[in-house]
Design a binder for this molecule. Sequence first.
Ligand SMILES: CC(C)(COP(=O)(O)OP(=O)(O)OC[C@H]1O[C@@H](n2cnc3c(N)ncnc32)[C@H](O)[C@@H]1OP(=O)(O)O)[C@@H](O)C(=O)NCCC(=O)NCCS
Length: 178
Amino acid sequence: MTILETDRLVIRKFEPDDLAALIAFRTDPRVSKYLGGAKIQNPDSLKERLRFYIDCCDTHGFGMSAAIWKETGELIGACGLQPLENTGETDVGYSFAYPFWGKGLATECAKAWLRLGFTKFELPRIAAVAQTGNSASQNVMKKLGMRFVKNAGHYGLNCAYYLVEREEFLQRFGGENE
Ligand SMILES: CC(C)(COP(=O)(O)OP(=O)(O)OC[C@H]1O[C@@H](n2cnc3c(N)ncnc32)[C@H](O)[C@@H]1OP(=O)(O)O)[C@@H](O)C(=O)NCCC(=O)NCCS
């Protein structure tokens, strides 16, 4: 089920059959470095996590979703809104297969997700968290107009917590997706 389309990506709900593709890119040590490493990004845990992503979409209408590279149809990453553990807030997350880094894809699809969150789902604000050393992820947040608020513990990691309010975002980027 397609949720969003950007210039270069189709964003669709994850399916159980995506497990192998999810394991393939998330267990790459370059990708898992700031995602809890092999302790979290291993085949058993990812099987559970995939179930969570699918359940989240069924419950909320949004969730971490599959990013499909339009050019080839391959699954190259994950991006989406999801409940931030234990807080009742919503956060945006993203991860991409290493060969696709540096092309602006995380910014492209996270921006589309923020628009959807603020328009369709009428969220008042959206957070993002990244391990403090994860400057690549924080650079994406800054490009999305998110501002650093605090350091906080999330998902068992010391994280930088960023936030953007609906009005701030819509004024800067507009409310229309493709
Ligand atoms: C974080 C991540 C999603 C960024 O995706 P992306 O599509 O490469 O994002 P962008 O192209 O917009 O680049 C964002 C930043 O990534 C960094 N970056 C880009 N290419 C890189 C590369 N080949 N190696 C290391 N860092 C790189 C840069 O800091 C860049 O910021 P800049 O453009 O201001 O210089 C990607 O690096 C990734 O999947 N990392 C592993 C998973 C992860 O940490 N996810 C975030 C969890 S909070």
